[in-house]
Ligand binder design. Structure first.
Ligand code: MN
Length: 203
């Protein structure tokens, strides 16, 4: 199983990090050891002093495919949830400055938090799914899939040109504006529409 993450998929977030808007999806990957689920606590690593939350919609691939056309892409994922793409922003900034890959900032253990998946059929309009993140019961991020620069179908089609997608693979689809630092003691709660999909603590 692999985790694919789309970067800069919401204009307001690209702006807050001073990144240009991409003409094509930008993606990177996390290994399966990055996955943290079932509301397990996140242990703040000591190699970074600036771990950021990025709340994202996450889709789950349900059928293997490559060179998937955008027209048929919706047949290749069957479930959705909310997740956190934890990012060591201080390390990422150093990588960016040197033009180096981002793995140490993005792919570390437990950097890919996933909530409880819901069938995609629960969401009749995939282009209008709302989601949110509360930190210590305060709303920090709100998103709407309509604001994604690249749709789920476009992402699946694009990524599958380069990498074969397999059943169980996860795709994080980018974060809206409002990313911020987490600290030990914080409690994070993610919602899809009105239903809670995860709630976990930072330790
Ligand atoms: Mn992200």
């Amino acid at each position: 199983m692999k985790v694919i993450c789309i970067g800069r998929n919401y204009a307001e977030h690209a702006k807050e990090l001073n990144n240009p808007l991409p003409a094509e999806p930008v993606f990177f990957m996390k290994p399966d050891t990055a996955v943290l689920k079932d509301n397990a606590p996140f242990w703040h690593p000591d190699f970074s002093s600036d771990i950021h939350f990025e709340m994202e919609l996450v889709i789950r691939i349900s059928k293997a495919g490559k060179h998937i056309s955008e027209e048929f892409a919706s047949r290749y994922f069957d479930a959705i949830t909310g997740g956190i793409d934890f990012t060591a922003r201080d390390l990422q900034q150093k990588c960016k400055e040197k033009g180096l890959p981002w793995e140490i900032a993005k792919a570390f253990d437990h950097s890919a938090v996933i909530g409880a998946f819901q069938p995609i059929s629960n969401f009749p309009d995939l282009s209008n799914i709302s989601f949110s993140l509360d930190v210590n019961n305060e709303r920090r991020q709100s998103g709407l899939s309509a604001d994604m620069i690249f749709s789920f179908n476009r992402i699946v089609a694009y990524v599958s040109q380069f990498i074969t997608l397999k059943t169980g693979d996860l795709i994080f689809t980018g974060t809206p504006a409002g990313v911020g630092k987490v600290n030990p003691g914080d409690s994070l709660k993610g919602k899809l529409e009105d239903s809670e999909v995860f709630q976990f603590d930072v330790k």
